[in-house]
Design a protein around this ligand. Sequence first.
Ligand code: ATP
Length: 235
Amino acid sequence: MLEVKGVSTEYDGISILRKVNINIDKGEVVCLLGANGAGKTTILKAILNIVKPTEGEIYFQKERIDTLNTHDIVKRGIANVPEGRRLFPKMTVLENLQLGAYFEKDKDKIGTRLEKIYEIFPVIKDRLRQEAGTLSGGEQAMVAIARGMMGKPKMLLFDEPSLGLAPKIVDDYFSIIKMINTEEKITILLVEQNPKKALSVASRGYIIQKGKIILNEPAEELIKSPIIMNAYLEN
Ligand code: ATP
C-alpha cells in the first residue's frame, strides 16, 4: 500500500534521512521506532510531502505521490494524527471533527461519519459543543484520532501518540489503534518512542538510527532484540 523507496531529506543542507526504504501492506500495523532526533517525524513529513525528499520516490497504492502536494496526498487517503494532538483549542470539538472531513462536501456522508465516531468514542458525543482546549489530555487524544478518521482514510500516520498521556490512557489509546485497524480496516504507521506499547499492537517494526533504517523485523523478533533492550526500552 505504501512504498518509500530510497528516500533522503535534508534540513538546511544537513542530511537527515539517508536512503530510507519502508514498505507497508494493506491491513498492517507497522511501527517505526527510534531515539529522539533519529528522523521518525521527518519520515512522516516526507510521506505527506511537508518535507520534500532530495532523492527517492514514494508510492501509495502504486501511484507515485512524492510529486503531489500535501493536499492531494491527503485526498488519496493518508491522514495524520500529529504529535501533541494539534487540535484547534478555541474551536469546539464538533468543529475540529468537521475539519477532518474538509474534502467531503456531502453533508449526509459527514453525518454518517460522525455517527460512526460517536460509536467508537462515546465520550466525544457528550463534548461536542465544548472548546477543544478545555478537554483533558486523554480526551484531546481521542478527538485527534477521530478527526483523522473523519476523512475516511485508508492509512493513518500516528506521531508519538503516547507522549504526555497517563499510563492508563496510553493503554486505552493503543487498544483503540488496534480496533481501528481490525474493525475499520485502516492501515497504520505508528511512530513511537515507547517500543513495548508499539510492539504490542504492531505486527512489524522498523528501527531508525541517525536517519537510516537499521532493522525491519516482525514484532516478536524486535521485542527480543538487544538493540531495543539496550537503546529504546523505556518502561
Ligand atoms: P523526536 O522523537 O524528538 O520527535 P524524531 O525521530 O521524530 O525525534 P525528527 O523530528 O524527524 O526526529 O528530526 C530529525 C532531525 O532533524 C533532528 O536532528 C532534528 O533536529 C532535525 N530537524 C527537524 N526539523 C527540523 C527543521 N525544521 N529544521 C532543521 N532541522 C530539523
